[in-house]
Design a protein around this ligand. Structure first.
Ligand code: SF4
Length: 92
């Protein structure tokens, strides 16, 4: 599964989006969340600017490394991304 944080047409994540760190469930342990996180719950490692505190840290779950921009999933803005990822989560 691909998750995403977009920027309309550049093919790169939208800075400060963080939708991938809220909408999907993550089963891997995360510092502060040893059982991972349920869908729709904000990751404890997502900071106030919606950036990952663990970027470059080996404790960052491997699945997070695979978050990638996907125009269909990321939509037009962050709210769009949250809705689309949530819908995908419910469908799978
Ligand atoms: S560990 Fe970082 S990249 Fe992974 S869900 Fe949490 S904030 Fe997002």
């Amino acid at each position: 599964m691909r998750f995403a944080t977009p920027s309309a047409s550049s093919g790169e994540c939208r800075p400060g989006c963080g939708a991938c760190c809220i909408a999907p469930s993550i089963s891997s342990p995360i510092p502060g969340m040893p059982d991972g996180k349920p869908a729709g719950v904000r990751c404890l490692q997502l900071d106030e600017a919606n950036l990952c505190r663990l970027f470059g840290d080996p404790r960052r779950p491997a699945v997070c490394e695979r978050f990638d921009h996907d125009p269909e999933l990321c939509g037009d803005d962050r709210d769009d991304a949250l809705e689309r990822i949530e819908a995908l989560e419910l469908a799978t």
